[in-house]
Design a protein around this ligand. Structure first.
Ligand code: NDP
Length: 247
C-alpha cells in the first residue's frame, strides 16, 4: 500500500475508528485532512500524534450535516494539498432507545449526521474526484445496518441507508475512475461502545465467532485496502469487519 502524494479526507478523524484510519493512511504516506464535531482536545491530540509520525495533516472543525462546513472541509484538502483522492465517511453518532420511547429529535439527529452527512460529503467530494478522474470513497456502515438491532431503529436506518447510497453512487461513478465502497464493522472498542453495560458486552461476545470485540485498527486495515490502488476493480461492495458476526 502506498498513498504517497495522495490526499485523504476522513470525517470524524479525531477519535475511535476515524483516528485509526488517519494513522493507517498517514503511515503509508497520505496527506490527511480530518474533521471533528466539537471535541477540540481530542482533535489536538490526534493532530499531534499524526504530526509526530511525520504526516502532513490538517484538522477542521465542522458538522458533516452542514453543507457549508462540508464545502470548507473539501476546500481545505484541495487548497492545502492540491487534490482529494480519498474520502472516508466515518463521522457518526448513536442515540439509542426502544422505538416507542425514542424521541423524534434523536431519530433526526442520527439520520442527519450518519446519513445526510455522508450524502453531503460524497456530493462535495465527487465533484472534485470527477475532475481528477480518480477517487476512492469508503463509507462506514455497520453490522446493524445489515441485520438491525433492538434499540437502534434510527442508527439501523442510517447505516442501511449508507449502503443504499454506496451502491447507487458506485453505479453513477463506476466509469469515471471513482470507486465507492462501504465497510460494515461489528462491535469495535471505541468511545461509542465503551458506554455499553458489561452485561450487554458479554452477551454481544457470545454472538461473535471470533469471541472478541474488534479493534479500531481492524477496521482501518479494511478501509485502507478499499482506499488503495489495489482495490481499483472493486466498487459498490460492503465489506464486513465483524469477527464473523454477520455470517
Ligand atoms: P466515536 O464516537 O469514537 O467518534 C466519532 C467521531 O465522529 C468523533 O471524531 C466525532 O467528533 C465525530 N463526529 C460526530 N458527529 C459529527 C458531526 N456531526 N460532524 C463531524 N464529526 C462528527 O465513534 P466510532 O469511532 O466508534 O465510530 C466511527 C464510525 O464507525 C461511525 O460512523 C460509527 O457509526 C461506525 N461504526 C462504529 C462501530 C463501533 O463498534 N464503534 C461499529 C460499526 C460502525 P467529536 O470528537 O468532536 O465529537
Amino acid at each position: 500500500m502506498n498513498f504517497t502524494g495522495k490526499t485523504a479526507v476522513v470525517t470524524g478523524g479525531s477519535r475511535g475508528l476515524g483516528r485509526a484510519v488517519c494513522r493507517k493512511l498517514a503511515e503509508h504516506g497520505a496527506n490527511v485532512v480530518f474533521s471533528y464535531a466539537g471535541n477540540t482536545a481530542a482533535a489536538q491530540e490526534a493532530l499531534a500524534e499524526l504530526e509526530r509520525m511525520g504526516a502532513n495533516v490538517r484538522a477542521v472543525q465542522g458538522n458533516v450535516a452542514d453543507s457549508a462546513a462540508v464545502k470548507a472541509l473539501m476546500d481545505t484538502a484541495v487548497k492545502e494539498f492540491g487534490r482529494l483522492d480519498i474520502l472516508v465517511n466515518n463521522a457518526g453518532i448513536t442515540r439509542d432507545g426502544l422505538v416507542m420511547l425514542m424521541k423524534e429529535e434523536d431519530f433526526d439527529a442520527v439520520i442527519d449526521t450518519n446519513l445526510k452527512g455522508t450524502f453531503l460529503c460524497m456530493k462535495a467530494a465527487s465533484r472534485i474526484m470527477l475532475r481528477q478522474k480518480y477517487g476512492r470513497i469508503v463509507n462506514l456502515s455497520s453490522v446493524v445496518g445489515l441485520h438491525g438491532n433492538a434499540g437502534q431503529v434510527n442508527y439501523a436506518a442510517s447505516k442501511a441507508g449508507v449502503i443504499g447510497m454506496t451502491k447507487s453512487l458506485a453505479k453513477e461513478l463506476a466509469s469515471k475512475g471513482v470507486t465507492v465502497n462501504a465497510v460494515a464493522p461489528g462491535f469495535i472498542t471505541t468511545d461509542m461502545t465503551d458506554g455499553l453495560p458489561e452485561a450487554a458486552k458479554s452477551s454481544l461476545l457470545s454472538t461473535i465467532p471470533m469471541a472478541r470485540l474488534g479493534a479500531p485498527e481492524d477496521v482501518a486495515e479494511a478501509v485502507a485496502f478499499l482506499a488503495g490502488d489495489g482495490a481499483g476493480y472493486i466498487t459498490g461492495q460492503v465489506l464486513g469487519v465483524d469477527g464473523g458476526m454477520g455470517m
